[in-house]
Every structure is written in C-alpha cells, then in structure tokens.
Design a protein around this ligand. Structure first.
Ligand code: AMP
Ligand code: MG
Length: 486
C-alpha cells in the first residue's frame, strides 16, 4: 500500500497535552525502529474523522511514523507513568511499558503508538505487541464504536516480520490508537499512593479543566469530578453488559477516567449466555467474569475514590459519592436493557421481564447476540425469524413472549422496532471471527481484517458476503484460549 511519492499533507500534530504537566508525569523516549514495516490495516472512516490526508496516509512517511520508525521531528514522544491494582492486588508502578504518545490533533485527540518498543516502564518486558493482539484491538475498538459504546479508537496497524516471543514465536505490529485522553484510574493511584499530593492535584486539575469543566462550579470540584467518573463508568459497564461484552482484565490501570473501553486484551462477546462466563484464560477465579463486571467497576471506583482522598473534604463524602454507583448502574443498565426490548424506559415489569429472560437464556445457554437479533425480527413480523429454534423449552419462551408482547402493546408509542434494531446488532466480533482474520493476516492476507472492519462499523446490517458472521460460532471456537499474553 505504501508508495514512494512525496507526502502531500502530513497531519498537524502538536505536543501531547499531558506534557504541560511536567516531568513527574512522563519520560520522553523515542520508539524502537522495526525492520521492514508494512501496512496491515487502515481505518479510513477514522482517518477522515481525524482529517488525515488520504494520500499522505498511503505514503512511506506515514508508514514510518506509525510503525515507530520516524525520528519524530519536532515532537518528542513520551510514555506516561501510572500504577494500579491488578486482580485486586496493589501492583505498584506500571506505566506505558509499550505505548508512546506521539502528538495530538488540532481538536485534541491524543495519538498513541502501542507496541513501539521499550520505555522506562517496560519492567523487563519487550515493549512489543504481536500482530494477533493488534488485530483484536483494532477490530474490537471499531466494533465497540459501531455499537455506540465509548472506546478508544484504532487508526491503523503497521506490521513487521520482526519476531516477538510469546507462548509461540509471533511477529510484531504497532497499532496507532486515538482518544481524547488515555488517563487511567491508575494515574491517580500512582501519585496518591506515592504521597505526591501536589502532582495528584495537578493531574486532577488537568482532567477537570479539559474534560469536566462544569465541575469547577461545584463547591467541591474534586468530589464533582469523582461523581462524573462514577456516572461515566456506570454507563460504560451498562453498555458492556447489554452488548454481552467482557473486557477480561478490569484492573484499575485499564480503567479510563473518561469512561472509555480501554486496553483490549482477552475480551470476548458472549456466545451461549452464561453469566459466569470467564473470557480470560489467565483469570482462573473468574474475578472478571461477565456477571462480576458491574461489581468490579464499583471496586475500581472505590480505589479511585481512595486515591482522591487527599483532595476531598473527608472520607465520608468520598464514600457517599462512590456509593451513587449502585443507583447509577441500575438506572443505566435498566435503560440499556429496556432499549433491547424496544422500550423507551425501564419499568419495574420491564426489568422483571429481562431478569426472567436472562434466567431462561442461562438455563438454555441461548446464543446472546442471535437471540436478541431474532427477537427483533420476530417483533418486526419476520416469519423467517428462527426465534423458537433457539430454545428447547419452547413453552417457557412462549410464556415469556406473551408477557413481552403485552408489555409492548401497553407501552404503545413508547415501544419501537427501530429502537430494538439499534440495540440488537446483527453481528458482534466473536473470538472465532477475529481468529480467522488473524490466521489469514499471519499468512500475509489482510483482506478479512478489512472486511470485518467494514461490517463491524455497521453492526445493525447483515454483513455483505458473510452470512456466517450472523450464525452460531463453529465448534472449534470453544477451544480458542485467549489470555493476557499480547
Ligand atoms: P496490560 O495487561 O496490557 O494492561 O499491561 C499491564 C502493564 O504491563 C502496563 O504497564 C503495560 O504497559 C505493561 N506491558 C504489557 N505488555 C508489555 C510488553 N510486551 N512490554 C512492556 N510492557 C508491557
Ligand atoms: Mg493495560
């Protein structure tokens, strides 16, 4: 894809905003070059949103920049420092061990390379990312965005034949990610636990002024900040639960202060519905199982609240603020699940209906995405809808459908098929779909990555040329093991 032509218009990147906070927050470090870089994928939709020149993006200069092979010009790349709780245990200092901020766009999007080599925070690891995990992040972040779920984005992947050693020898890749900020709960924990309260305040002021400026009007701006993060996190987790998405590694260093889905690793979309499903092969105890995600987010918010203690009036007000999570989550998930039923609001009977449905689905191990899509088609009057084929206990389904149809009728105008269609996608990125794209890409064919990207950007449509993406996962999918190794 790279051409030898001279570039037209390289992006006007400025220093990443976090640089203004001073050297306590980052270390300047250049990327480590990769041999023989080549394009694996470019997200044209995001490139347009970022106002990147299409011709420039196809140039050698762009490939050099986004593979970490450019010297960076005027802007010095930097790695930020953070700490965090991993699997419930304080892990101490972590930091961007394989990620570098290389600039920000005129409208403030931070541009980050992931897998661009070692940094002062690599802790003995290689600073690299493999092609496999890079494709998973690239596709899943596009899928989440397509579903309307807040997330970091991925602009492109550059690959290289350079070997990277994981359970097997793989090859290296660099993903270019964008977000308004990559600041994590762990950034706050870092300065708080180190007793560096001046830096903690500097960081909180930065986040407040940039992202939550209305909190300044509050008598307690840092409590107001915490309150906003509680709300954003509750909304995020509600959207995950409704989509059947499991993150897999909800450590506090993977929690975004903006409520974005961040750091895609062993994630999975639910196949057969099992609330106890564990998607991360390294998570033996199931800390991050589907049904635990809401409670873990609460745990993480408590950790953030503790980190903010030096800035708030007292522990009681901090606790009260964090406790609002429970009601915020209940409301948010109620709304999301109501939307899946086509309802404008979550009523008590609507919530009971969802609870009973999920219990039935758990008993029957009903495919989560296929069920909701089939229910949507059933309500739209499609006779081809295979809804009943999904259940052994059809009498139980029929009894539930009668209750649902009654509720929908009573709701009148407040029930909408269009709402169901938006909330119940035709496709999600299942593990086996990513796996096929990865295996093809590892053999040098990137076409499936592109086709999946385009399909996932419009998840409410049946994917052109790939009816199989709407079907049950094949038997071999159950054997896919996804761990923290990336
Ligand atoms: P993760 O499990 O990907 O959220 O990463 C946890 C921490 O380990 C972060 O500080 C990462 O930057 C760091 N890390 C993960 N993989 C690598 C790697 N291959 N090289 C350097 N640091 C890494
Ligand atoms: Mg991480």
């Amino acid at each position: 894809m790279a051409t030898a032509c001279v570039t037209t218009a390289p992006p006007r990147l400025a220093e990443p905003a976090i640089r203004q906070l001073g050297p306590s927050f980052f270390r300047a470090v250049g990327p480590e070059p990769l041999p023989e870089p080549h394009w694996v994928a470019i997200n044209d939709l995001l490139a347009r949103e970022l106002d990147l020149d299409k011709e420039w993006l196809a140039s050698d200069e762009a490939l050099e920049l986004f593979s970490g092979n450019a010297d960076g010009g005027d802007i010095q790349p930097l790695a930020t420092v953070y700490s965090g709780h991993q699997f419930g245990v304080w892990a101490g200092q972590l930091g961007d061990g394989r990620a570098l901020l290389i600039g920000q766009t005129p409208d403030g999007q931070q541009i980050q390379l992931k897998g661009s080599g070692r940094t002062p925070y690599s802790r003995g690891a290689d600073g690299r990312a493999v092609l496999r995990s890079s494709i998973r992040e690239y596709l899943c972040s596009a899928a989440m965005h397509g579903l309307g779920i807040p997330t970091t984005r991925a602009l492109c992947i550059a690959g290289s034949p350079a070997p990277v050693y994981r359970e097997r020898t793989e090859t290296a890749a660099v993903t270019t990610r964008t977000a308004p900020s990559f600041i994590r709960f762990g950034h706050f924990e870092h300065f708080s636990y180190a007793g560096e309260h001046r830096e903690l305040k500097t960081l909180a002021d930065f986040v407040l002024d940039r992202f939550y400026p209305d909190c300044r009007a509050s008598e307690q701006p840092y409590l107001a900040l915490l309150q906003r993060v509680v709300r954003k996190t509750a909304d995020l987790i509600a959207s995950w639960q409704a989509a059947g998405f499991m993150h897999g590694v909800m450590n506090t260093d993977n929690m975004s202060i903006l409520g974005l889905t961040l750091d895609y690793g062993p994630f999975q979309f639910m196949d057969a519905f099992d609330p106890a499903h564990i998607c991360n092969h390294s998570d033996g105890l199931g800390r991050y199982a589907y049904q635990n995600q809401p409670g873990i987010a609460y745990w993480n918010l408590r950790a953030l609240g503790h980190a903010l203690l030096p800035l708030v009036p007292d522990a009681e007000s901090m606790k009260r603020t964090v406790q609002t999570y429970e009601a915020a989550f209940a409301h948010a998930v109620g709304q999301r699940m109501a939307a899946k039923l086509g309802l404008a609001h979550a009523s008590e009977s609507g919530i009971q209906l969802v609870t009973d449905l999920l219990a039935l689905m758990a008993r029957e191990r009903t495919d989560y995405t296929i069920f909701w899509h089939a229910l949507t088609q059933h309500m739209a009057g499609s006779s081809a809808a295979p809804l009943h084929d999904l259940f052994v206990d059809r009498a139980a389904l029929d009894a539930w459908l009668i209750r649902f149809e009654t509720l929908a009728q009573q709701a009148g105008q407040a029930h909408s098929i269009a709402r169901m269609q938006r909330a119940n996608p035709a496709i999600v990125l299942r593990n086996h779909m990513a796996q096929e794209a990865i295996e093809r890409a590892e053999a040098g064919d990137f076409s499936l990555v592109e086709e999946l990207l385009l399909a996932l950007q419009q998840p409410d449509r049946a994917p052109a040329g790939h009816p199989e993406w709407m079907r049950f996962p094949p038997d071999w999918a159950a054997a896919i093991q996804v761990s923290c190794s990336s």
